[in-house]
Each structure stands twice: as C-alpha cells, then as structure tokens.
Design a protein. Structure first.
Ligand SMILES: [Zn+2]
Length: 284
C-alpha cells in the first residue's frame, strides 16, 4: 500500500512539474486594441463620484495567439455604429453612451493587421453581452463562443433596468452558434494559461479572463468587473446588476493579483489603457 501511494505521489509530482512547465507558455502572444472610444458620464463607472462629468473611455479587445488556438476576448462595439455614432443602430442609448469608432477599429480589421482573419479564430470568449463587448459576435459564425450560461439567458431577456445596454440585434442571429455555456470558472486548456473566472455582479453572468504569460506574468483582464482605478479602492461601479456580487468580484480579482504578483487590467480606464503597447505590438 505504501508503495502504491509513493508511486501515486511521484506521478502527481511529475504531473505538477509537467503542467507548470506547460504553464510557462513561451509561445503565447497577447495583442491589445480598442474598438474606438465611448463618451459617457463618469458617474456610470464610479457611482456617486464625478457624476455629471463626461469622459472618453477605451473599449478594449484582446487577441491571444495561443498554440492551442487563436482567441478573441470581447469583440467591441458593432461596426454598425460607425456611420452615425450609433444613432440609428443603438437608438436613444447612444445619447448616454456615445460611440466614436472608425471601420478599421473593427475586430476583423484588427485581426488582419496581424495577418489573421475572423475564420482563424477558434474561441471567442465573451466577458458579457453588453453593447460595447459583444457587438461583433456575428463576425465569428464558425468559432466556439465561451460565455456564462446565466449571461446568455439574461442577454436574451434582460432585467428591465439593464435592458438598454443589451442590443439584441448584435446577437439575434447567433442562436445556432456553437456556444460553450459555462457556469463558474474554467481553465480552458487545463494548463492554467487561459483561465476564465466568474465575476458576476456587473451583469448576472459576467466573467473575467486570466492570462498567464511567460514574461508579463499574470494578467487579469477585468472587463467590466472593474472599470476604473477607483473601483479597486472601494468606489462602487456605477452600472451593476448586483452591488454585493460586484464588490465580491473585485475582491476576488485583487486576491488573485496579490497571490500571483499579477496585474489587473481595467475595463475602461483611459489612464491605464494609454500605458499599453497596442497591436501590432504584443505582450508575451
Ligand atoms: Zn463595458
């Protein structure tokens, strides 16, 4: 019996070494870009702070070139907002959230800039289905779409108070797409390199993405689980489905950041975004 457990222990040690070697992921490249900018009242991002001040924010999208497949994390604002700053496609909500986007800021043209096409993308990971995050899902009919099951259900029939931020036209033709409907966390390749974490709160099925890179280390792509630096310091995010869950999600990301000496990349901070190396440069 002792012998068996020794063998098992040795095997698990070998497995741990193998997977940690895997997780070094020297071949992963992460590109950062933005789907234009959004102009809005800062009070939407930092509740009861700087209400009435209109600011421009970035709308980040990430392309991860991984040995196991090309990944897109969020597809930005629909290219249909380009002609008239969303007036027709988004309707009245474009007064509160006013997009400014050029056609070449679409995720398809951003992929082309690094020699890829939408058909090369194997996985599209959606933080959530709001209008500035899933706008171009229909450019990827052949990909596997990874989304929290609760988000899918809520996108199709949102709570009244969240309805304006979901644009049904973005995804109304996607019901037959290949969805990986998950509940909770998912280590996508089983090696820790790409890990989705449940950060519900902003929406009912919000998720964030941890990317573990060889040189950059642990990067937590918060998306709308934390928009601004203030949200990490106790200021409640302005648009939330559930405040308590939203604050718990922030604490969760901070714990992971501190445990792994990583960094939280905020969802809509212009100040932080301006420090990023943008596509075609990359992080590895
Ligand atoms: Zn957003």
């Amino acid at each position: 019996m002792k012998k068996v457990s020794t063998i098992l222990f040795s095997l698990s040690l070998v497995f741990a070494i193998l997977t940690s070697a895997d997780a070094q992921n020297s071949d992963i490249k992460m590109y950062v870009t933005t789907s234009g900018t959004l102009e809005l009242d800062q009070g939407w991002l930092t509740a009861m702070t700087n209400v009435g001040t209109r600011i421009d924010i970035p709308v980040p999208m990430y392309i991860i070139d991984h040995p196991r497949g090309l990944i897109v994390f969020d597809t930005g604002m629909s290219v249909d907002v380009v002609p008239d700053d969303g007036e027709e496609y988004w309707g009245p909500v474009s007064q509160a959230f006013t997009p400014s986007m050029t056609r070449d800021q679409g995720i398809d043209e951003q992929l082309q800039r690094i020699g890829k096409s939408v058909d090369d993308v194997k996985y599209v990971i959606h933080s959530h289905f709001h209008l500035d995050h899933a706008g171009n899902i229909s450019m990827f009919p052949n990909a596997t779409h990874i989304v929290q099951k609760a988000e899918l259900k809520n996108a199709w029939w949102p709570e009244q108070f969240q309805r304006a931020a979901y644009v049904l036209d973005d995804y109304k033709n996607t019901r037959n797409y290949n969805f990986m409907e998950i509940t909770g966390d998912l280590d996508l390749f089983g090696d820790g390199s790409i890990e989705l974490i449940d950060t519900k709160g902003h929406t009912q099925g919000h998720q964030s993405l941890i990317v573990r890179l060889q040189n950059e280390g642990t990067v937590i792509l918060a998306a709308d689980a934390a928009y601004m630096p203030e949200n990490l310091q106790g200021t409640i995010p302005g648009i939330v489905w559930n405040v308590e869950a939203a604050m718990e999600a922030i604490e969760r990301m901070k714990m992971i950041r501190d445990r792994e000496n990583g960094e939280i990349w905020l969802g809509h901070s212009m100040e932080q975004f301006q420090t990023r190396r943008l596509l075609p440069e990359y992080y590895d």
